[in-house]
Design a protein around this ligand. Structure first.
Ligand code: GRF
Length: 204
């Protein structure tokens, strides 16, 4: 049984999808050991409590990045976390944090990276006029929205779309992609070659 941690700052719909898939066994051999938010009033924290999960508010307000990260990492260690899932965690991790968990931190981003990193990616894609948008689950490294890509899902942009309808359809795919990526990483049958996340060759 592996221990997952969820880090979030907001409503937590990706967290809820992960929690559903853990409960149904679609994410295999794992439990959510702790949900942590840097925002004490995050909706996702309340959901975690309602689900009977350990939910911690570790406020980042007025703290140096690394000082806050040290508090978060202490909680992750206390809960013996194997894989950390950032799910709408609106805070950059310090290099120190990232180095504590090599290939053990995932993030989801609502664009087909490397297009449209940063905030409001769906709006950026819509305004740019792309015909294919999507989402990316990737390992977290020291650069924003940058680490090796585990899974991407494409979402066609329709002529009838606006930013909101597009963001909604991307979110549906996020909810599917994150659990698939967690399973792939927990199976430990991958290697990262350069930037490429690939299954280990079974040939000898
Ligand atoms: C999602 O769009 C995710 O891709 C981005 O932040 C949003 C979080 O939404 N990183 P939610 O809190 O999971 O509903």
């Amino acid at each position: 049984m592996r221990n997952l941690a969820i880090l979030l700052s907001g409503r937590g719909s990706n967290f809820e999808a992960i929690a559903r898939n853990v409960a149904s066994g679609q994410i295999r051999d794992a439990r959510i050991a702790v949900v942590i938010s840097n925002k004490p009033d995050a909706g996702g924290l309340e959901t975690a409590r309602l689900l009977g999960l350990t939910a911690l508010a570790i406020s980042s307000k007025g703290k140096e990045r690394e000082q806050h990260d040290r508090e978060v990492v202490a909680a992750l260690r206390e809960h013996k976390v194997d894989l950390i899932c950032l799910a709408g965690y609106m805070r950059l991790l310090s290099p120190w944090f990232v180095q504590q968990f090599p290939q053990r931190i995932l993030n989801i981003h609502p664009s087909l990276l490397p297009a449209f990193p940063g905030l409001e990616a769906q709006e950026q894609a819509f305004a740019y006029g792309v015909k294919i948008a999507g989402c990316t689950v990737h390992f977290v490294d020291e650069e924003l929205d940058h680490g090796a890509i585990v899974i991407q899902k494409a979402v066609p942009v329709l002529d009838t779309d606006n930013e909101h309808s597009l963001a909604e359809r991307i979110l549906e795919q996020e909810h599917i992609a994150y659990s698939e990526a967690i399973n792939l990483v927990l199976e430990e049958k991958f290697e990262v070659a350069g930037r490429r996340f690939v299954m280990k060759s079974t040939r000898h």
